[in-house]
Design a protein around this ligand. Structure first.
Ligand code: DC
Length: 208
């Protein structure tokens, strides 16, 4: 079974997807981490085409303690910097990068049970997913959550987030939008447990 969770930054996707995967015994796929890995590679090697870097990269998401391994190197921390976040939304607009990463994601999803999280899981990567959820929340609340996580100023985060959301939604290649048949959940004011409980209910119904 595949549960697809899409939505903008700070809607609670990673926290919810990780908790949900734990509760159901499914494997968690953080597709954003893959775009972040390509962003890191392209910052390190600006002369190379990002699509080529994406195709050649070995990205492992389930390293020790959930570590992200890029060509064997633990980049779990390095891919979470503001610079990489910015660059990730730039390389994510490149159709060649998307093609390479979607192929890797589909290969993973071919067997087993997954909670897969990103921007295009329900629309492109796994449109046949048994359950598709679009998580959203008020922009100011999303920025507050992100700022609390990063220990940063909420106003600065909101400004960056607005730019990234705009880029993710308006790009030509797989723009962020709710998939056909997706259930939209607004998580403004909701706790993680509430959201996880609601999706668990939906998953039970989808399994039949
Ligand atoms: O979810 P995140 O912040 O780790 O995602 C990093 C960037 O990658 C963000 O700008 C959106 C983009 N992304 C994407 O385009 N498609 C995905 N499936 C996942 C992330």
């Amino acid at each position: 079974m595949v549960i697809a969770i899409d939505g903008p930054a700070g809607a609670g996707k990673s926290t919810v997807a990780r908790a949900l995967a734990g509760a159901l015994g499914f494997t968690y796929l953080d597709s954003g981490a893959m775009y972040r890995c390509v962003a890191l590679l392209s910052l390190r090697d600006p002369a190379e085409k990002p699509a080529k870097l994406a195709g050649a990269a070995s990205i492992e998401l389930g390293g020790p303690g959930g570590a992200v391994l890029l060509d064997g190197e633990d980049v779990s921390g390095a891919i979470r910097t503001p610079e990489v976040s910015r660059q990730a939304s730039v390389v994510a607009a490149d159709p060649g990068v998307r093609e390479a990463l979607v192929a890797k994601q589909r290969a993973l999803l071919r067997s087993g049970d997954w909670v897969a999280e990103g921007r295009d899981i329900g629309t492109v990567v796994a449109p046949a997913a048994e359950l598709k959820v679009y998580l959203d929340a008020d922009p100011a609340e999303r920025a507050r959550r992100r700022a609390a996580e990063l220990g940063a100023d909420a106003r600065g985060v909101l400004a960056e987030q607005t730019l990234r959301d705009e880029r993710d939604r308006s790009r030509e290649a797989s723009p962020l939008r709710a998939a056909d048949g997706a259930v939209t959940l607004d998580t403004t004011g909701l706790g993680v447990e509430d959201v996880v409980a609601r999706i668990t209910e939906l998953a039970g119904a989808a399994r039949g």
